[in-house]
Design a protein around this ligand. Structure first.
Ligand SMILES: *[C@@H]1O[C@H](CO)[C@@H](O)[C@H](O)[C@H]1NC(C)=O
Length: 486
């Protein structure tokens, strides 16, 4: 008898040979997995290191890690967790942050370079370079480019406006006059016009907050009322046309005036608060222009609902190690945001659905923004490879889990009443509690340092970086931190 020939296998295709064939397939599958794993380990930009191995820099790397970063920290979208990654990375590598005097860059006003600590205008003496610009601002490209080189890596994060509205309502209940007057988010969204006045205090928190944070102009109705606050006096020079000369390729990628025709920009969705028609915005010139403009500036926009997938793509784009994007969730509110990256619609009641639909319609510009960047993210996932991404996400989660177990009491975020150490107590704001972390005792000095970095909330971390860059003379920033309007 000769060896098994294909013809023989076909002829004897019975239960026994089926078992043999299955065995062969499984062996091949296993070999492929092994090979796949090897392959993954060799992929540039994504060095899979052992958890808890000392990790100063990927050992083998075919691309230099990017260390000039602009992160637009949008509100209520998971951005505090990204900030922690940036704080840690910059801290470990001795990078210089472009820091605000307090915790934000004059928000909600448009960003000004002069608000950066240690910034010198051109011709005002030698300027030490900045590496990372990442604290809250309303984006203003012209001024950002005074501080950061135009070939910096620009990125940001967006979130489904319905989830964002729930979070913002609870967080800014007393900051936004529209929210303050509303008994509930459902009541607000059922008739937003009864509560919302453009130009009223904190109104930007109550509608299209992402669009606002990206520094985009609003349709005429709102623009007219906001002019005094946000737009330059000269109506013929919006901030987008005033790109600095010598701003580099980033400024030349798109000439806004060639695309943006204010005369044809129609009021979008305003006055039609919750009709499904207001969701159909693809053809609005204002929105098309806004999205094209953002595409020309931002290298990557993360999506909160696919947070871990986004982090893997970020590590890949920056040529960072996977460990560099392993972190804990920060600034999560009790009873709401633990499931930031869950996209399941299970268990949604009819009221939930209605609220979601109304929130998306009311935040029409943000919805267009979100759908657009969700689409871009998935196109990138496609390019990266779905299977490759899934295994990297699984690895990321396993490492996060391992770190949480290693560093944290309870292995997870806790009610702030348990967080007695001031260094880790998150700033409490809004109507829900903001969760924090308690470190386990008995960690080795090296682990202690890493766990502290992982658990340090954004305000304390900013103070720490500030003290590092500008060694304090007298003041103790933590004691002077008072409630601010985030
Ligand atoms: C985001 O993209 C994914 C993948 O294409 C899709 O399943 C999901 O429905 C999208 N979400 C929205 C809100 O468009």
């Amino acid at each position: 008898m000769g060896p098994l020939s294909p013809i023989r296998t076909l002829r004897f295709w019975g239960p026994r040979s089926l078992g043999v064939a299955l065995g062969i397939f499984m062996t091949i599958g296993f070999a492929l997995q092994l090979w796949g794993g090897q392959f993954q380990r060799r992929l540039p930009g994504l060095q899979l290191r052992q958890p808890w191995a000392p990790s100063p820099r990927p050992a083998v790397s075919s691309c230099p890690p990017r260390q000039r970063l602009v992160f637009l920290k949008t509100h209520k979208s998971g951005s505090s967790s990204v900030l922690n990654l940036l704080h840690r990375y910059g801290d470990r590598h001795g990078l210089r942050f472009a820091l605000p005097a307090r915790y934000q860059f004059g928000y909600p006003r448009l960003f000004q370079a002069s608000w950066v600590r240690g910034f010198r205008p051109r011709g005002g003496g030698p300027q030490l370079p900045f590496h990372i610009l990442c604290h809250h601002m309303r984006f203003n490209l012209k001024e950002v480019l005074q501080v950061m080189p135009s070939d910096s890596f620009f990125f940001s994060i967006v979130r489904d406006p319905a989830a964002l509205a729930r979070s913002a309502f609870s967080y800014y209940k007393s900051t936004s006059s529209a929210f303050r007057k509303s008994p509930s988010l459902a009541a607000f969204l059922a008739n937003p016009r009864a509560f919302y006045r453009p130009g009223a205090r904190g109104d930007h928190y109550a509608r299209n907050l992402l669009w606002f944070d990206f520094g985009l102009p609003f349709p005429p109705e709102v623009k007219a009322k906001r002019r005094s606050l946000y737009l330059p006096r000269d109506p013929h020079s919006t901030q987008f046309r005033v790109l600095p000369s010598g701003a580099g390729p980033r400024a030349q990628t798109l000439d806004p005036s060639a695309v943006f025709h204010p005369a044809s920009a129609v009021p979008v969705g305003h006055g039609q608060t919750s009709s499904p028609a207001s969701l159909d915005l693809g053809s609005s010139p204002l929105i098309q222009w806004g999205l094209a403009w953002l595409d020309s500036i931002f290298d990557l926009v993360l999506v909160a609902e696919y947070f871990d997938e986004s982090l893997v793509l970020l590590a890949d784009a920056l040529c960072w190690g996977l460990d560099d994007v392993v972190g804990f969730m920060h600034n999560a509110q009790a009873g709401g945001e633990q499931g930031l990256s869950t996209v399941s619609n299970r268990g949604l009641t009819a009221e939930d659905w209605q609220l979601t639909a109304r929130a998306r319609a009311w935040n029409n510009l943000d919805w267009a923004l979100y759908v657009h960047f969700n689409r871009s993210l998935w196109a990138r996932i496609e390019q990266y490879g779905q299977g490759r991404l899934e295994s990297a996400v699984a690895e990321l989660r396993a490492r996060r889990e391992a770190r949480a177990k290693h560093c944290l009491v309870g292995g997870e975020a806790l009610d702030p009443k348990f967080v007695t150490d001031r260094r880790f107590r998150p700033f409490q704001f809004g109507s829900a509690k903001v969760l924090g972390y308690v470190l386990r005792s008995g960690l080795s000095p090296q682990d202690q340092e890493e766990c502290e970095r992982l658990a340090t909330p954004e305000l304390q971390y900013k103070d720490k970086l500030d003290a590092k860059q500008f060694p304090p003379t007298v003041s103790s920033p933590l004691q002077t931190s008072r409630p601010l309007s985030p």
